[in-house]
Ligand binder design. Structure first.
Ligand code: NAI
Length: 264
């Protein structure tokens, strides 16, 4: 197997659960971690460590000896600032600080398309354009990408930041025609990010092969990512299920319209 010890944070979450089996295939030992219990029993080759990302010492123990970290844990949507502060702002610092101390070579970071959610939905943007976050959750993801840049330029630690779109089993809204990422393509994206020989500090939008994608000019080709699925196949289904559904005017969707000071 290509890796000895891979750490997966957010292992109890929606996407962590999707990534578990494919990552097990790449690593002699897969260390699963979350603040919550796992939903299903441990398999051969897996270990489980309960860890709050805000706990610097706990994260140090978690990442010791890892050759790759797949970081999917933390606050995963807009919400009150405190969990964003603990899980993402403090959590991502703890992750990078300890990854550096442990000699980890590469991090695969779950960022979000919401770092550019403030662009208009009628624009197609290049990954090198400035971030325009659509809420404080998105700001925390942008901070993660900046940490990745800093630890790479200063210390040579590699990261592939994945600006994940809407990763669900099937497209369910007009916005998915732009932003959908299938589970199969997520797995392929993470596999490419793990196995590409040299990635430096890369940014890739986590999106399937949707004709109406909003995003261009990222490092997908450099890491060898070629999505196989497309939301286009669901266009008719969406039109008949939700005939009046139109994508909101911002790429981030309705999040940009909400009052971020009073998250639901
Ligand atoms: P999720 O909410 O299902 O999973 C996140 C996991 O992180 C949960 O199991 C939770 O217990 C854990 N967690 C939260 N705070 C923690 C803390 N302080 N310490 C340790 N663990 C903590 O989210 P999902 O959908 O699986 O997303 C995974 C990652 O991908 C997140 O970083 C999210 O921001 C990102 N993402 C997901 C998208 C999607 O379509 N599902 C879209 C864009 C980004």
């Amino acid at each position: 197997k290509p890796f000895q010890r891979v750490v997966l944070t957010g292992a109890a979450g929606k996407l962590g659960s999707v990534l578990r089996e494919p990552l097990r295939a790449l690593s002699a030992t897969l260390v699963l971690s979350d603040i919550s219990e796992l939903g299903s029993p441990l398999q051969a080759g897996e270990e489980f460590v309960v860890c709050d990302l805000a706990d610097h010492g706990g994260v140090a123990q978690l990442v010791a000896g890892a050759d790759l970290i797949v970081h999917f844990g933390g606050a995963s949507q807009e919400q009150a600032f405190e969990p964003i502060l603990q899980g993402n702002i403090i959590g991502q610092f703890n992750l990078y600080d300890n990854a550096l101390n442990s000699g980890v070579k590469r991090v695969i970071l779950a960022s979000s398309n919401h770092v550019t959610g403030g662009y208009r939905a009628d624009e197609v943007i290049d990954a090198s354009q400035p971030m325009r976050p659509d809420g404080l959750y998105a700001v925390s993801k942008g901070y993660g990408e900046l940490l990745a840049r800093f630890y790479h330029d200063r210390h040579g630690l590699e990261t592939v930041s994945l600006r994940i779109g809407t990763c669900i089993a099937r497209p369910k809204s007009a916005r998915c025609l732009h932003a959908w990422l299938s589970y199969g393509d997520l797995v392929e994206l993470v596999r490419c990010a793990a196995l590409a020989p040299s990635v430096g500090c890369a940014v890739v939008y986590g999106v399937s092969n949707n004709q109406q994608s909003w995003w261009r000019g990222d490092d997908a080709e450099r890491i060898g990512y070629k999505p196989r699925d497309s939301a286009d196949s669901y266009r008719e289904e969406l039109a008949s299920l939700r005939p009046n559904d139109v994508a909101p005017p911002w790429q981030g969707g309705n999040i940009f319209m909400r009052d971020y000071r009073k998250p639901e």
